[in-house]
Write a protein that binds this ligand. Sequence first.
Ligand code: ATP
Ligand code: MG
Ligand code: MG
Length: 350
Amino acid sequence: GSTIGILGGGQLGRMLAIAAARLGFRVHVFEPSASPPAGDVAADVTCAAYDDTAALRQFASGCDVVTCEFENVPAKAAETLALSTVMRPSPGALEIAQDRVTEKRFLHNLGVATAPWAEVDSKADLLGALGRTGAPAILKTRRLGYDGKGQARVSGPADVDAAWHRIGGQPAIMEGFVPFTAELSVIAARGVSGEVVCFDPGSNVHRDGILHQTTVPSGLPKGALQDAVLVAGRILNALDYVGVMGVEMFYLAGKPVIVNEIAPRVHNSGHWTIEACVVDQFEQHIRAVAGWPLGDGQRHSDAVMTNLIGDEIDDWPRLAAEGGGLHIYGKAETRPGRKMGHVTRIGPRR
Ligand code: ATP
Ligand code: MG
Ligand code: MG
């Protein structure tokens, strides 16, 4: 049988490993930290740092294809791997999504709408950047932000110094605040042959910068959903992308959708597909990176997925009794703000 390598051993890696195992693949996980959630499922785990070239080479030599569960694989590590195995998605796609400025430039060149933005290399750029985006705005680190970390709100010029300090004085991007009606995301897959399959866009509610709930159907106008899916398809095609990608968007009534960010991997807002689709996002990703034909992304049920953050996971016995699909990630430690599990409730498709 073939071996699929997964970079990253968090909950996304764990759910990818489950899907891969179900399709008959052997899974080898590469993860710098000890006892990762995916380690319970994978046949093999390499615990090494991304600058450990020897470990990367050995990992690659044992894998027929290597994919990732997160976008921040260092470019050098991805290039090392690409020398001796197939990387899907490609290192180039990861590189674009790793940096919010590169990502925004890429979207701009594609003609995809984004929030107004300006690059901030140093403190001296802050006021000029705010002048370009207008207030209110959000200052975000260019790299390594997730779950709203590395972001600071800016209501006006008086806030910029405090915001710069809050994000640790790093290269950043100033983004105009989008007064969205709703947030939605498209979970899209592209196969080796270039076929694209999208799941039904879900509407997302965030709390404190962290995804709280995804609802499908989203209740947004049909035209907006078609627009969203077409935009996602253009993004995947432009990157010659292979695998599943999460495209996060803002919807403003009566306007074309605005892309917030792209995640070159399976996505938290696609977890509902496990219960509500015959082929879920994890299986779809494994199919794509293995060079298989993509599955049918049709949804047979309506779904609401709710994240269990921090000690919300302690409520699992009640949730288990209530019905719905319960997922517990098996993390060694519960911490505030940490994604510990999720629950998906489904109902007949309306
Ligand atoms: P993720 O965990 O999805 O990777 P992240 O840390 O990369 O999150 P963003 O997606 O950029 O952060 O922002 C988190 C949330 O903050 C968004 O989903 C949205 O609710 C809000 N937000 C971010 N940027 C903007 C903006 N320009 N205008 C309005 N709201 C925004
Ligand atoms: Mg992000
Ligand atoms: Mg986001």
